[in-house]
Design a protein around this ligand. Structure first.
Ligand SMILES: Cc1ncc(COP(=O)(O)O)c(C=O)c1O
Length: 449
């Protein structure tokens, strides 16, 4: 469609006015709703409207503002955010300290020259070295989780000179070509095959199978560069491995000279009750991937982090892996503030305490509805509720949405609804979630009886 540039200028001016407004009139709100739905139908993907209708009945709930633990739609309806943007909002929505850091940085400089040395990148890398376990030291900043995984995989190949990878059935690592090779679900992968060669998926939580796979790869000469795993399967349905799984994986990787990549894009930054998920098992990965909450719920930034030994081959040619926007000053400012808030407000400890408070109550509640519930499980505030079918899961999500609690299914296992709120959520809010859930389960249980 080609229209006059004058029309584009006029349209964009109206949008800028809306963005600048503190209060919208009723007519303006209605216009935003109409234009948003039209825009999704005509310019983004009408499939989103169908999906939204199926899970939340009311796709005219247009998000407009957020703060603390809540999303607020354009008409002022509040939702307790138990989805947390799939794990973005560990420090809450628009934490004042993160906003201030970003705005202060914006007053001085937004993006970097690409040529001079940019100081905030160095500052953030120093903090990352200080918070990560073991001798993880060097950092490459990305713009998303999938990019962190891509970089980690390239680094593993560079370091080992090998090409194979092993990931887990149920694992989710992103949807760009390399990370999608690691992601396990057929519906996301099949249309794009062939993906990276020498990729195998093994059952999660079974170290024996992984060892056999490594032995077989070594025997056949298809040597493995890296094993990539999440400390807890997030999108795979909040699956927690046996306690001895990761210590054994660490030992097996060492024995086969294989790099262990921990994908902490979802489990990192305090979500599970420790700063990083693998700290529960007392082991250190060779490469650690970050994303989501790393940007403090305000800016998009990820990272992959490794040891000086593994970084060695990147050193002579720092342009081997680059990103124009990766590590830009505004995103680094947000991540620096996020680290400060997470530690100062003891958010990992808070996640552990609140998880210990909430999960047993959730387990008890789900027990009462045996015809629709399988179980509840979780660690810290990464929590899953498993139902007997996807349909039941959808109905529960829909019911909660109608009552002002935002949740969603996990991407690889739709029977599991995630509860992944900001780590700042209060116990009173958690009680409200439980009370609302009780009412919704009453209705859905009756519906499916
Ligand atoms: C464990 C894990 N890795 C990687 C990704 C991909 O992150 P992004 O969507 O930012 O590319 C996700 C996203 O859900 C994830 O949960």
């Amino acid at each position: 469609m080609s229209v006059s540039y004058d029309a584009v200028i006029e349209q964009s001016r109206k949008y800028l006015e809306l963005i600048a407004k503190e209060e919208l009139t009723k007519e303006e709100k209605e216009r935003v709703v109409r234009e948003t739905v039209d825009g999704f139908r005509n310019n983004i993907n009408p499939g989103f409207l169908e999906y939204r209708k199926s899970v939340s009945t009311d796709y005219t709930a247009i998000e407009w503002t957020d703060s603390g633990t809540d999303f607020i739609d354009i008409y002022g309806k509040k939702f307790i955010d138990c989805l947390g943007g799939y794990g973005i909002y560990n420090v809450g929505h628009r934490h004042p300290k993160v906003l201030t850091a970003v705005m202060n940085q914006l007053k001085r400089q937004a993006l970097h020259s690409q040529e001079l040395l940019d100081p905030l990148r160095a500052m953030l890398a120093k903090l990352v070295e200080m918070i990560t376990p073991g001798d993880l030291q060097y950092c490459f900043f990305t713009n998303s989780g999938t990019e962190s995984v891509e970089g980690a995989m390239k680094l593993a190949r560079l370091h080992t000179g090998r090409s194979g990878f092993i990931a887990a059935i149920g694992g989710f690592h992103g949807k760009s070509m390399g990370s999608l090779s690691a992601t396990s679900k057929a519906v996301f992968r099949k249309p794009f095959l062939p993906l990276l060669p020498y990729f195998r998926h093994v059952p999660y939580g079974d170290a024996d199978v992984l060892e056999k796979q490594l032995a077989s790869a070594a025997f056949s000469g298809e040597d493995v560069a890296a094993v990539i795993l999440e400390p807890i399967l997030g999108e795979g349905g909040v699956i927690i491995p046996p306690d001895d799984y990761f210590p054994r994986i660490r030992e097996i990787c060492d024995r086969y000279g294989v790099v262990l990549i921990a994908d902490e894009v979802q489990t990192g930054m305090g979500r599970t009750g420790k700063m990083f998920g693998l700290e529960h098992y007392g082991i250190v990965p060779d490469i650690l991937c970050l994303g989501k909450a790393f940007g403090g719920g305000v800016m998009p930034i990820g990272a992959f982090v490794s040891t000086s030994e593994i970084w060695e081959k990147m050193t002579p040619n720092p342009f081997l892996h680059t990103s124009t926007f990766g590590g830009n000053p505004v995103c680094c400012a947000a991540a620096i503030a996020a680290i400060n808030v997470i530690l100062e407000e003891r958010l990992p400890e808070q996640a552990a305490e609140k998880g210990n408070y909430f999960i047993p109550k959730l387990v008890d509640l789900m027990h009462k509805y045996k015809n629709i519930c399988v179980e509840a499980r979780g660690r810290g505030l990464l929590i899953g509720m498993e139902f007997v079918s996807n349909e039941v899961g959808y109905q529960v999500a829909k019911g909660l949405f109608e009552h002002g609690v935002l949740v969603a299914g996990t991407l690889i296992n739709a029977k599991v609804i995630r509860i992944e709120p900001p780590l700042t959520i209060t116990k009173a809010e958690l009680d409200r979630v439980l009370e609302t859930l009780g009412r919704v389960l009453d209705t859905v249980s009756e519906q499916f009886s």
